[in-house]
Write a protein of this length. Sequence first.
Length: 81
Amino acid sequence: MRKHLSLLLAENTKMRKHLSLLRKHLGILLAENTKMRKHSSVLRKHLSLLRKHFSILRKYFSILIKQLGFLIKQPVNIPKD
């Protein structure tokens, strides 16, 4: 009976140790999850700004192409020496 009780106590100690380690790892994972959420939020903001600036550049490029097309259609006057 004592031997059986001793084995149960030993198993209980092992299980407590593993439970403690699991709690520690869970805490670490939760902290990492929080960091990743922050980074994700920052990345979304940067992506939004990137899209906005790309849209603006695309508009300016479109205007530039139209102006170049207009200039190409104009006759070029080269002065003769």
